[in-house]
Write a protein that binds this ligand. Structure first.
Ligand code: LIP
Length: 275
């Protein structure tokens, strides 16, 4: 039976724009109150908690039978389990470290999965007003304008996005640095925005050609998956195999050929559930 995503999309858009107001109000606060999560560079602020509460509170009222996977709810002990049931996957502030530093690249990332497939996705940076939206089968948009990936298929002409992440694990940092060194002399350039959702959105809009990371969580990439595929791009495991959304590993690219070239060169890292 075809899913009428419009109702879900309209509700998600309304509450995401409302939550965006909270972020706009709080970003300029100089000494924000932060709590440390898994390590001293994995932080959470009051605003992360407030945005997640606002989204889950309102969406669960409108759709009482829907389930939720939220970054902060999972941090507080809720199970992270994707079933066939309608499930909203939420990162209230993707790019929390940026938010803490007032670096204007943070966003709300929200996606609705039904039968383990993304149907609706929104990535909203309320600070510089970038609203990325997608509905399955209806394309991807930035501020209402249709977006497409670059289609780049030559690694030597590619702009690559990669991140260091929130882990101080020595082995992981060695692999990230080695990949950066290896790529530096072979591509047009390397960038890091500090937000997986915005990194993927850059590929979806054709502003970058590929992004990969080890150590992200399903809430960092859930909306980005539909955004980049509706914009004509590809998503997979960094080794070139199919994506496993709970593996904490991702590669997206503007073409299959570019993804293949990149995955064949990458030094692989397999995060444990806790690192
Ligand atoms: C962030 C990710 C980013 C990663 C950071 C952090 P958060 O998510 O979006 O890609 O490099 O370490 O995990 O914690 O800001 O929601």
């Amino acid at each position: 039976m075809a899913i009428n995503a419009d109702i879900f999309y309209k509700a998600a858009l309304k509450y995401t724009q409302e939550a965006g107001q909270l972020i706009r109000e709080k970003i300029s606060v100089v000494n924000k109150t932060v709590e440390i999560k898994s390590c001293e560079i994995d932080l959470v602020t009051e605003t992360d908690q407030q945005v997640e509460k606002l989204l889950i509170g309102n969406l669960s009222k409108e759709f009482p039978d829907h389930l939720f996977i939220g970054e902060e709810s999972v941090a507080n002990g809720t199970k992270c389990n994707l079933t066939d049931d309608p499930t909203w996957i939420i990162d209230p502030i993707d790019g929390t470290m940026n938010f803490v530093h007032r670096f204007p690249h943070s966003c709300i990332s929200i996606a609705l999965f039904i039968n383990k497939k993304p149907e609706v996705a929104i990535i909203y940076n309320p600070i510089i007003e970038q609203l990325f939206t997608a509905k399955r089968g209806h394309g991807a948009y930035l501020n209402g304008k249709k977006i497409r990936v670059s289609g780049e298929n030559d690694l030597s002409k590619a702009l690559i996005v990669m991140e260091y992440g929130t882990s101080r694990d020595v082995e992981k940092l060695k692999v990230v640095a080695a990949n950066q060194d290896m790529l530096m002399s072979q591509v047009h350039g390397i960038r890091a925005l500090g937000s997986a959702a915005l990194d993927i959105a850059m590929v979806a809009m054709g502003a970058a050609d590929a992004y990969f990371e080890f150590g992200i969580h399903i809430w960092d990439i859930a909306a980005g998956e539909l955004m980049v595929t509706e914009a004509g791009g590809v998503i997979m495991d960094p080794s070139g195999g199919p994506i496993d959304r709970l593996s904490r590993r991702i590669l997206v690219a503007s073409s299959n050929s570019l993804a293949k070239q990149l995955s064949e060169k990458l030094i692989q890292y397999y995060p444990t559930p806790t690192d």
